[in-house]
Design a protein around this ligand. Structure first.
Ligand code: SAM
Length: 290
């Protein structure tokens, strides 16, 4: 196709205005562009969409051909089976319209799947939210979109470890002293027993519950699977929770139960406002998701 368009403009005034970049679109740093028209292989629909949504400054419009099911996921609403991290992101950063269905018989040979052309118009002005942080929160919630939000945070040791590390960084940056050391013996033991049981149960169940969306990148799935295997090996390797860990846990509980009231809700039922409320409340407590 590159050869074809190059040939087409040769010897015309358009020749000087055409710059062909050959390469993998996912690995190439793209120059500023205001229109994207794409008919890429469907395997890269998800990463390509995420790349376009994260592009700043955003393009004016993107016309994209996707497999029909993927297009439906872009429009899916809370409660729909196809509602996913992709739906929330797409609708947060862009206005999306279905332009036309493209039946498989329009191709020779006909593929197995139906297609759709969609128009994606990034919101302008762009919502004043850090893309990486917003997406970081959604990743935590949509790895297990059918679980309660309480369970996605408090029932997951990797998430709590990540929040503890990030809380320590925030304290260091803001000159807030942290009280290190093991958690209070009696309290910690009592709490650990309960929470560890809860965590193990959750992490084992997770094997059955990983979001089957293909917008979870492979490396993230691999990380999750490795961690689940660890959880299955038993509790003995689990490290004892320290004072900072307990403090972080309590802060997370406050965010989920008191400040947002979203602890018992499931990501698959949450709308954009719920996610914004969560992000804001976590930020207020010094937690960030980048
Ligand atoms: C479905 S064909 C469409 C071709 C052309 N756009 C057309 O409509 O005739 C997909 C094209 O995307 C190219 N492609 C596949 N993976 C790509 C990637 N990661 N980055 C850029 N182009 C890619 C393929 O070489 C192929 O030419």
């Amino acid at each position: 196709m590159a050869a074809e368009v190059t040939k087409r403009v040769q010897g015309t005034p358009a020749q000087n205005r055409l710059d062909v970049i050959l390469g993998d679109v996912m690995k190439t740093e793209l120059p500023y562009f205001d229109v994207c028209i794409s008919n890429t292989p469907y395997q890269i629909s998800s990463p390509l969409t995420f790349k376009l949504l994260a592009t700043s400054p955003a393009p004016r419009v993107c016309i994209l051909m996707f497999q029909r099911e993927f297009a439906l996921r872009l429009f899916a609403k809370p409660g729909d089976k196809l509602y996913s991290r992709l739906s929330v992101n797409a609708q947060m950063w862009a206005k999306i319209d279905h332009i036309m269905k493209v039946g498989k018989n329009n191709f020779k040979p006909p593929p197995l799947v139906e297609s759709s052309v969609v128009r994606l118009v990034p919101k302008n002005p762009r919502p004043q939210i850090n893309y990486d942080e917003w997406d970081g929160l959604l990743r935590i919630l949509f790895v297990r979109k059918n679980k309660t939000i309480r369970s996605s945070f408090l029932g997951k040791s990797t998430v709590m470890d990540m929040l503890e590390a990030n809380y320590r960084t925030w304290c260091a940056q803001n000159d807030i002293p942290v009280e290190d050391g093991p958690a209070d013996e009696t309290g910690a033991d009592a709490m650990d027993t309960g929470n560890v049981a809860e965590e193990d149960e959750d992490e084992v169940e997770e094997v059955m519950d990983l979001d089957d969306d293909d917008d979870v990148p492979d490396f993230f799935r691999e990380q999750e699977n490795a961690r689940i295997q660890e959880a299955l090996k038993g509790r003995s390797s689990r490290k004892k929770r320290g004072k900072v860990g307990e403090l972080v846990r309590e802060k997370v509980r406050q965010v989920l139960e008191e400040e947002t009231g979203l602890a018992d809700k499931r990501a698959r039922m949450c709308d954009e406002n719920d996610f914004l409320k969560l992000l804001w409340a976590f930020n207020q407590k010094g937690f960030h998701f980048t």
